[in-house]
Design a binder for this molecule. Structure first.
Ligand SMILES: Cc1cc2nc3c(=O)[nH]c(=O)nc-3n(C[C@H](O)[C@H](O)[C@H](O)COP(=O)(O)OP(=O)(O)OC[C@H]3O[C@@H](n4cnc5c(N)ncnc54)[C@H](O)[C@@H]3O)c2cc1C
Length: 227
């Protein structure tokens, strides 16, 4: 370990090549772009208003060829895919007033990685079955314990955040057509890896809809027994 902030007995390792995606900014910019071309309506989708026709769908007086559900853990309330196993897994993280030496990410037991404005991200917890998306004292305490194993300096907590991952029994995503309504598609189950996996699988799904490729059977939402 190169720096003085890590104790000599630290089991952490530094990562020499890595990228940090500022997802908040990325999503905001993309949302603005979609709005500017009239491709985004920001409101809660009401399943009861979706009308199923022979080869298309009607929602709020507009017809659509496809419906693709990308709701994360909230798909637990999707009546069309209610039998597909998705488990909420809460993750909490901290933003620390700490500058990492050489801006180099460090992993184990948590992940310390450079964040905006010279702050450092530290995460995260893995709380299976927990879908309460509010940062809590127990999560903060656990994170600070993990942090103490990694660094020798006290670090000031600037922010404390949480999110809910949509996890699956075999850690693979759930992407595919509804058994009965073939133009209704599930795009979900990204668990801990949505940012890394979603672009790849979105490309595969679009190619599939255009009739160019088959979807990888390993991501079939109905791959589990009894479905
Ligand atoms: C602490 C933490 C750290 C993470 N770190 C990483 C990482 O380093 N790398 C990585 O690849 N992944 C990471 N992840 C995982 C990543 O965040 C998820 O895999 C990813 O967010 C999944 O994206 P998604 O679009 O499928 O679901 P979500 O991000 O959950 O998005 C679903 C969206 O659909 C909306 N929605 C749901 N139902 C409706 C409805 N009826 N009407 C309208 N809108 C609706 C929700 O409000 C939400 O905005 C992390 C997760 C956590 C919690």
């Amino acid at each position: 370990m190169v720096s003085s902030i890590f104790g000599s007995g630290s089991k952490s390792i530094s990562v020499h090549t890595g990228f940090f995606i500022n997802i908040k900014v990325l999503l905001e910019l993309y949302r603005n772009h979609l709005k500017s071309i009239g491709a985004l309506i920001e409101e809660t989708f009401d399943y009861s208003h979706l009308q199923l026709r022979e080869n298309y769908f009607v929602y709020q007086d507009t017809s659509f060829d496809y419906v693709i559900f990308c709701e994360g853990y909230k798909s637990l309330s999707n009546p069309y895919f209610s039998n597909i196993p998705i488990y909420p897994n809460k993750g909490q993280c901290l933003i620390l007033d700490l500058e990492l030496p050489n801006q180099m990410p460090v992993v184990s037991p948590g992940i310390l990685t450079p964040y905006l404005y010279n702050y450092t991200y530290f995460g995260s917890t893995y709380e299976r079955g927990n879908s309460n998306n509010v940062p809590d004292a127990a999560g903060r305490e656990l994170l600070l314990e993990m942090l103490n194993e990694m660094i020798t300096l006290p670090a000031k907590v600037k922010d404390h955040m949480s999110g809910i991952r949509a996890t699956t029994p075999d850690r693979k995503p759930l992407i595919g057509r509804h058994k009965e309504f073939s133009n209704m598609i599930l795009f979900n189950g990204f668990g801990t890896k949505g940012l890394s996996l979603a672009p790849y699988f979105a490309k595969q799904l679009i190619a599939h809809i255009l009739g160019e490729v088959e979807l990888n059977p390993e991501i079939n939402p109905y791959r589990f027994k009894n479905l």
